[in-house]
Write a protein that binds this ligand. Structure first.
Ligand code: ATP
Ligand code: MG
Length: 563
């Protein structure tokens, strides 16, 4: 017997108008359909319908985590500060942490994520390599004092996360635990009915699949990613790399150009009547205190984050006026790579050997043309450091890339020995000597997934849930007359007995129009109406997504809904 929930008894108050503070579709609809209620910024109450969806997602997550042999635990959310001091995250997290004191003045935090505590649990519970690998998970409330808690439950300050952690003795073991998680995530998101992409979370420079994000494309997303319309390539914007292809071409000799008052690319391009893309922009930065020039086509922007990741652990900073003191070789606004002898020159692969440029002549008010890469200047390192743009070629197939918005719904990460080193997590190895453990950490935004699913599946009429996570399988609507209510309740009872989860609108004194509007808004995948032909025992079954309708007898409806 599945649950038959009567609307007349359900605590749900649907709203006709969007809440004033709501910007995203999911925020508006989840509030209007009575799934969630805002308590304060980024802090939400899950009302009965919302709680059902949240629990359905948790169930799918739990089933797939159990299937890969992960064991469920529940750690506290209220944590002492010491482990987070040991890992330096007490400092690093800064304002993101909710910090509090107990009555004795002891310092605590509300857990934003639990690597430290899981490491300590395993240190306490596991002694030998024979007890590994171990994978542990929890579905728990997390706390982060986000700077911009907006978009409803998409970015909360209190939210539900599934976090899991793997513990292995070898790198191969970690790779296997990571693979198992990756596959479990694919199954979870497929079952949830989410459209998603897997992208490498770090730039190509740091490489590999040591960290990947699961992104759900949606206009409300806060992440931008690149998506190839022709092949399966998808990536974080910082991970896209342009292929270095040397060019064979004849170029004239370098020629100086008189270019008064043209310290910027815009002023230069206008003065010469050439497109910005014909010019070479040389950005000066400091890398661990040393001045380095970075060359990119004049119409492109340098992505400092990308540059920083390429050069890590070196620290990249912008130059200031003082850095030019005593540097006669650096003419601000008129720098060109030819004649930059004492400066390391990094260039984007678009500045390939054989390409010709208009660039600074290292003289005030002067530029030079026909400055050819590989002939007039050498590039010390080719690194893709430009901000990716729509239409840039796909690294896999060359088609123009699209830039899309997405919601990060999951993240898998090979941590390695970072936390094991901090807490000296060793087990007794095969040779009788201690072996340091290697770890992975894996997150899914369970409450965020509710909003992501709402974003992807909703339409103008309201929410429209995929079957597995909908709050009911069918929404039975009694149009209003006693006879219709009787039929609606009768078919609901029978459906419940057949294992179908039913929400039945048996409210008296509510017009059929309001009931239909509410059914569309609440978004249960099938709507079964006891209306005009109730006297003959005929109901109308409507598909919430396609709008397709058919008339069925009670028995036919039951057969259809249990198929
Ligand atoms: P974001 O970049 O969106 O802040 P994150 O990189 O901080 O996410 P993780 O620390 O990897 O996220 O957390 C694991 C998962 O928890 C994320 O993939 C996301 O789905 C979810 N999550 C993170 N922060 C929030 C939040 N403030 N509200 C709801 N879900 C969140
Ligand atoms: Mg975050």
């Amino acid at each position: 017997m599945a649950q038959v929930q009567r609307m007349s008894r359900l605590m749900v108050k649907t709203l006709r108008d969007d809440p004033a503070d709501a910007e995203t579709l999911s925020h508006k609809l989840l509030v209007r359909a009575g799934y969630v209620r805002r308590n304060s910024a980024g802090i939400w109450t899950w009302l009965p319908l919302g709680k059902k969806v949240l629990d359905n997602i948790s169930r799918v997550v739990r089933e797939e985590m159990d299937a890969i042999g992960a064991q469920e635990v529940l750690l506290p959310a209220l944590l002492p500060k010491e482990p987070y001091e040991a890992s330096a995250r007490w400092e690093e997290y800064g304002d993101l942490l909710f910090r509090l004191k107990d009555r004795k003045g002891g310092e605590y935090l509300l857990g934003p994520t639990h690597e430290e505590i899981f490491t300590l649990v395993v240190k306490d519970q596991v002694a030998s390599y024979k007890d590994l690998p171990v994978m542990l998970y929890q579905i728990q409330t997390k706390y982060r004092d986000e700077a911009r808690p907006r978009s409803g439950v998409l970015r909360g300050r209190e939210f539900q996360m599934k976090d899991s952690y793997s513990f292995d003795t070898t790198d191969e073991g970690l790779a296997e635990s990571y693979r198992l998680h990756r596959e479990a995530y694919q199954k979870i998101f497929a079952r949830l009915g989410l459209d998603y992409r897997i992208v490498s979370a770090v730039s190509g420079a740091m490489g590999g699949s040591a960290s990947e994000e699961f992104l759900a494309p949606a206009a409300a997303g806060e992440d931008t990613f690149v998506d190839c319309p022709a092949c399966d390539y998808a990536a974080n914007t910082e991970a896209v790399t342009f292929k270095l292809t040397p060019v064979e071409a004849e170029h004239g000799p370098v020629e100086e150009l008189d270019t008064p008052d043209t310290p910027t690319i815009e002023t230069l391009a206008e003065h010469l009547g050439v497109p910005a893309s014909a010019t070479l922009k040389n950005l000066l930065v400091k890398v661990d205190g040393e001045i380095v020039a970075v060359g990119v086509p004049g119409d492109r922007e340098v992505d400092l984050g990308k540059l920083g990741e390429h050069l890590a652990p070196a620290v990249v900073e912008l130059v200031t006026a003082e850095d030019f003191e005593g540097r006669g070789d650096l003419v601000r606004g008129y720098v060109g790579p030819q004649g930059l002898e004492k400066v390391r020159y990094i260039a984007d692969p678009r500045v390939a050997p054989g390409t010709s440029w208009i660039t600074g002549a290292n003289k005030i008010n002067t530029h030079a043309k026909n400055v050819v890469a590989g002939r007039d200047f050498e590039v010390d390192d080719y690194l893709d450091v430009v901000v990716v743009e729509e239409g840039d070629p796909c690294p896999q197939c060359g088609t123009g890339l699209k830039l899309d918005r997405a919601i990060e719904i999951g993240h898998i990460f090979q941590l390695g020995r970072k936390y094991a080193d901090t807490f000296q997590l060793d087990v007794l190895g095969q040779q009788g000597k201690p072996v340091r453990v290697t770890m992975g950490s894996y997150g899914i935004g369970v409450s965020r997934a509710v909003a992501a699913l709402a974003e992807q599946s909703a339409d103008e009429q309201g929410l429209c849930w995929p079957k597995e996570i909908a709050p009911a399988d069918v929404h039975v609507v009694a149009a209003g007359k006693a006879l219709q209510t009787e039929l609606a309740l009768d078919v609901s009872q029978k459906l419940g007995a057949a294992g179908v989860r039913v929400l039945v609108d048996d409210r008296a004194g509510v017009s059929p129009g309001v009931k239909f509007t509410d059914a569309e808004l609440i978004g249960v995948p099938k709507i079964l109406v006891a209306g005009r032909r109730s006297a003959e025992g005929v109901l109308e079954l409507k598909d919430r997504r396609t709008g397709e309708r058919e008339e069925l007898t009670v028995d036919e409806a039951i057969a259809r809904l249990t198929a």
